[in-house]
Design a protein around this ligand. Structure first.
Ligand code: 4AD
Ligand code: MG
Length: 501
């Protein structure tokens, strides 16, 4: 009886007979020997098939088997340092389950549009697989952190009657003839639950009709939101930094090899230990409008220009090699590298074009506005660990945030900006707990007070200081993996301009 096993468990079966079931990742032959790399969802394994060890007819079929064909193989496990994953299989039997002919995604490079249209297949790629594994750990760590720290999970509704984050980004649905919205946040419901359980969290899909086509925006994303009764702003910042450090620690522990494959900045992740930096909004504005930022932006610009010159030289060199021609595999490799360099170059060109605009926006920044994406990027680039920006102007933020009684122009809120230019991954605040102040805010916003009656009740019956925050899963995964666009960090992304499949 042959043991059916997974590639990740091969280490426990060295010199034993096992069978593996998976898909053909890549194959090559050197006359009498076939080298098939098989993936099974847990890893990759090189399988070596010598002519004569399987029937000749099968050998021929395996030799011409297409990428992503499904198959099972049986053989002896051998430790082999030079092989992918450290083990290989000396094959004695094989069965083709379903041959794949002309798999559309080849090892050559494809454009982003093409890959998104083929997302159902592209999920099998090594990059998407690594990101999916990191996402899994992030979600597991989120649940574990709150469950182990005395929080109770509350599932808040997706059909909602009130707006949490501004009415401009609500998706309306027809609910048996009445208009309802898809949840932008579970927070308001969670506040009610916090008055029962003390420490609660919700975790689910969130919907925003956000008219921005940036790398940081999806219309459907996953957000986790904790909410705590009897907590102040300092308490929230501490909770948020411990939380993010825990996620980073778990990803390092479980996904080091995925991070390596993805080219993530592992050293930066290792640094993610509390305390994170703390800046008030007013201090952030002072930095943006100071010489420090002007000089910083000039340095950035000359860095981009240098990189551009180097990339152009490299590109010219590869194009020369391409023109000289050669073996097909070499040409495929070159074509891929050239495409990647071109993408890098166009990215650098965008950065060079935007730099002066962003520098100007920062220099002209007026106290009172919300920080824009480029302002956040500048602050975040200046730090090697996440930065909390606190106490934003009241006008720039949501109605439920608590007015700072020591300075009524600002609210007791914070954004956590991830370092290295990534930007906001968390937004949170202490909530307004005074009935009259909150009522005045609801009227100011022009909201219908009747819809907020239940929310106001929480300020009527045993109101307490409380607060919480929301962390976006896709942004967190993109930041930790070094992925530029958050659309790569969810299996089937929903964007404003397009839903592919
Ligand atoms: O800052 P936001 O809007 O805060 C809230 O929704 C609060 N109700 C949270 C709370 O206090 N309970 O969103 C929180 C986080 C952002 O920092 C970001 O990571 C993510 O949610 N996020 C998005 N992610 C992807 N696409 C979008 N369109 C996002 N909008 C927000
Ligand atoms: Mg926010």
């Amino acid at each position: 009886m042959v043991n059916k096993t997974y590639i990740s468990d091969l280490k426990d079966h060295v010199e034993k007979q096992v069978s593996l079931s998976g898909w053909l990742y890549r194959g090559r032959s050197s006359g009498k020997v076939l080298f098939l790399i098989i993936r099974d969802g847990t890893g990759h394994c090189q399988c070596i098939i010598e002519k004569g060890n399987v029937p000749d007819e099968l050998f021929e079929q395996l030799k011409h088997l297409g990428q992503e064909s499904s198959l099972s193989v049986t053989g002896t496990v051998r430790a082999e340092e030079r092989s992918v994953g450290g083990y290989e299989l000396a094959v004695t039997g094989a069965e083709i389950i379903c041959p794949a002919v002309d798999y559309p995604i080849t090892p050559k490079s494809h454009g982003v549009d093409f890959l998104l249209k083929h997302r159902h297949l592209h999920l099998r790629s090594q990059r998407q697989w690594c990101i999916g594994k990191v996402r899994h750990t992030v979600i597991d760590a989120i649940r574990r952190f709150f469950n182990d720290n005395g929080f109770t999970l509350i599932d808040t509704p997706i059909f909602t009657t009130i707006a949490g984050e501004g009415e401009q980004t609500l998706f309306e649905v027809d609910y048996f003839g009445d208009p309802l919205h898809l949840a932008q946040t579970g927070q308001l419901y969670l506040e009610s639950a916090a008055m029962s359980f003390g420490k609660v969290y919700c975790f689910g899909p969130t919907f925003r009709a956000e008219k921005s086509k940036t790398r940081r925006h999806l219309t459907e994303f996953w957000m986790v939101e904790p909410e705590v009764a009897y907590i102040n702003l300092d308490g929230l910042l501490e909770l948020a930094e411990n939380f993010v450090s825990f996620i980073a620690e778990q990803v390092l522990k479980n996904n080091r090899s995925e991070l390596e494959t993805l080219g993530s900045d592992i050293e930066a992740i290792e640094k993610l230990k509390p305390p994170f930096y703390r800046l008030s909004y007013t201090e952030a504005v002072d930095i943006l409008t100071s010489d420090r930022t002007t000089n910083f932006m000039a340095e950035q610009l000359s860095g981009f220009e240098n990189d551009k010159a180097q990339t152009e030289t490299k590109l010219a060199e590869l194009q020369k090699q391409q023109a000289a021609g050669g073996k097909k595999w070499k040409m495929d490799k070159l074509a891929k590298e050239i495409l990647e360099l071109r993408a890098e170059l166009s990215e650098l060109e965008v950065k060079i074009e935007n730099n002066p605009k962003h520098a100007q926006l920062a220099a002209d920044f007026k106290w009172g506005k919300d920080l824009g994406g480029s302002d956040e990027t500048i602050i975040s680039l200046m730090h090697d660990k996440p930065v909390f920006v606190t106490h934003y102007p009241k006008e720039a933020k949501a109605f439920y945030m608590k007015t700072d009684r020591a300075n009524e122009k600002v609210v007791e809120n914070f954004d956590m900006l991830a370092p290295a230019g990534f930007g906001e991954i968390i937004g949170g605040s202490v909530r307004e707990d005074d009935f009259d102040t909150l009522m005045a805010k609801i009227n100011e916003e022009g909201y219908e007070p009747e819809s907020y009656r239940w929310y106001l009740d929480l300020r009527k019956y045993g109101s307490v200081p409380h607060g919480g925050f929301g962390l976006g899963v896709e942004r967190t995964v993109a930041w930790l993996t070094g992925e530029k666009h958050i659309r790569q960090c969810i299996a089937f992304p929903r964007m404003m301009d397009k839903i592919y499949i």
